[in-house]
Design a protein around this ligand. Sequence first.
Ligand code: ADP
Ligand code: MG
Ligand code: MG
Length: 888
Amino acid sequence: MTATYSQPAVYFFGQGRADGTAAMKDVLGGKGAGLAEMTNLGIPVPPGFTISSTLCHTYLETKEFPPWLRVQVETSLQRLEAATGRHFGGAKDPLLVSVRSGAALSMPGMMDTILNLGLNDTTVKGLEAQSKNPHFAYDSYRRFVQMYGSVVFDLPKPPFERLLEERRQARGVPREIDLPAEDLRALVRDFKTHIQRERGRPFPEDPMEQLWGAIAAVFESWNTRRAIDYRRLHNIPDAMGTAVNVMTMVFGNLGEDSGTGVAFSRDPSTGAKVLYGEFLLNAQGEDVVSGTRDVEPIQRLKEIMPQVHQELERMARTLERHFRDVQDMEFTIERGKLYMLQCRRGQRTGHAAVRTAVEMVGEELISEEEAVARIPPNDLNQLLHPTIDSKAHLDLLTTGLPASPGAASGAVVFDADVAEQQGRKGEAVILVRRETSPEDFHGMVKARAILTARGGMTSHAAVVARGMGKPCVAGAQAIEVNESAKRFAVNGRQIKAGEWITVDGATGRVYAGQAALVSPVLSENFTRLMGWADRLRQLRVRVNADTPADAHRGRDFGAEGIGLCRTEHMFFEGDRLTAMREMILAQDADGRKRALAKLLPIQRSDFEAIFRAMEGYPVCIRLLDPPLHEFVPKEAKEIKELASALGQPVAKVKRVVDGLQEANPMLGLRGCRLGIVYPEITEMQARAIFEAACTVVARKGRVTPEVMVPLTATVVEFRRQAAVIRQVAEEVFRERQLTVPYLVGTMIELPRAALTADDLAREAQFFSFGTNDLTQTTWGLSRDDAGRFLPFYLDQGLLEDDPFQVLDQTGVGKLIQMGCELGRKARQDLKIGICGEHGGEPQAVMFCDRLGMNYVSCSPYRVPIARLAAAQAALAKRGTMDRTRATV
Ligand code: ADP
Ligand code: MG
Ligand code: MG
């Protein structure tokens, strides 16, 4: 993008009028647009001008400023001189400016601002004479040379800081600001000498040269390594460029009646409608963030300068009303007069986002739709799980994958049995494993959190933890778990069993020691917001629930049914596992039937409780899915135990166990293939479902069972399984003398199923897209092994996202779309949903809504997120989403 002369390149703001507006962020950058808008609103902003971001690339390509730009900048400087009555480079009344960067999207910390530009050995005397304050004049001068040295001359900061520190110590004063003027003057000399020595060029005395050097440095900062990395990370296009703001200085370092600070129009962590922030007296901008001095809370300003505080409050309200959102403002007080130097949309926690949105509806600042549109659905995570107290002091050990949100502290244990024992006693434990397997389930249930060294976002640990709403950090590669020695090593440290750690599953961070946690409370505001979301959305939201407890939790979070009830999890606990193993080890159908008869009542009572919890909402039950080897022990000791429990020879048990091993179990004997090879399993499960349903109905309850066949590839498979299910249903209905309406449908989780969805839909009454397996099979990528190269792919930019975390709409999505279209063509009223972790991912929810699905289903704690995302999907269809986004 190369600018031409015909375009205005410089936009002035000052004296109550600005050339630009808030809508011109693309040209002016966020900072410039905000300054222009505030000026137009009559808010006191020091006058200045913004050089368009379109000039950024012109400069970067040619490393030159076009002559017409020089003309426009000089003209703007003259306007600035007229507006302030000062002269740039003037010996008596010098005009000083700041030079600040600012892109359309905020890139905090991308480059440093230069303050007090225009000072040299002559103008500093004018500043001294005018202010009658030599300390102020030389404090400003030394700041300028220091910033210019590091930003424009690109010199490291520490040598400057060391020189400053030496002076401070030699003088024996507590703070830099306490240095006398003569020391500050000496520092200016020291800094200049340092620059000359390091760069072989003198510090420029000519203010015009200073200005162009600073403008060039701001443009150059667009292409620093950290700026480029930041853009990659946040998907900001390189073509955007940064604008440059040149602004008249106002001085917070003129004494105790001056100062500088940052304020939010509402508390960004709680959302309370109070002015929030901090400030420093006798200081300039960078002192507040640099941590060199202790800042004061904004409440103190009320005591020290009540009018200024009141004025600040008034401006905050004006800006909020104008932008209709929380404002984050930077201000400076010069001898008791308040100036605004920046405003932007205030970042906030999930709690604050919900509270402010709902309260702003009450204040008639925004509509209910806007409130719903405004909250990033994933921010609700913070409301649904405990979080680490933001004031806590933390000792970071390492970072893994944020597998299941929430924070927890506990003593480290390495063994599921120990976790269970200690957990039962009410002790807080965190189960740390290289990776987990179904055999660890009982320990996971009792642990406060789970930490694994291997595995991805859909590893066993991650999936199980999310289902339970338990914090989990998975795939923390830096951790070396030594389960037998009961310790783990991480970055040269050793953590032994019994030592406390804290796990934050929302960020993937693992800390040593115990951190203070804040527990979630579902506020009235949350309930109101969700009520509005529910009125707006068309998509239904169901929960993935395998237990009555999950089902209840799902209902509490507003789920309208169960989209996926996995039956295998029911078999992992205690006696059930033994009966299951007996079934697997049986020689023939009769032996299997005997073992299955033991499982029937257990399964039936599970279904009964789940049906009751769902109060008539649909419950979609998936028939047994995983390969059978997942149910049998692998270690010799456990095999021996199992053999003696079943009264069978060890060698025989071992033979059967070995015989179950498959090279690619995920592509082996599993899903409906199990039910086809062993129809008695399907019979038992169908019987349990229909008997439970009849029992509930007989007691005046309501049920809507949906029986789901997993991993179907062909319509022939489906037909076989459906026949078994329907036959059992009829038998049970005859026995019980009543009928219950039910549906039989299939998962679509193999590409072949999606490709032949029309055939399937002629037989199946519903589809549920199992996006975990569909991703796995479409990509030919095993989710259990992806951890070995996926991080590399992500790192190298070969992949933008992990397809198991973020639904691949281009590839997998195309199969889903085809499945929906073909399916509906064959059966108009085909019920379609999605289950699997993607079901709660906001982008995927939007996608499903566009395809016209009936529902999405996700783990209990993601249900509110999906409800909100579904409402936003409905708003997006109406075109209201973008309009409601804040402008600055
Ligand atoms: P960042 O984008 O890193 O926040 P800014 O350009 O906002 O950098 O500048 C940082 C700080 O410098 C501001 O918050 C303000 O305190 C101070 N500052 C910038 N321009 C001026 C000015 N013209 N007068 C006084 N202080 C200024
Ligand atoms: Mg700023
Ligand atoms: Mg599957």
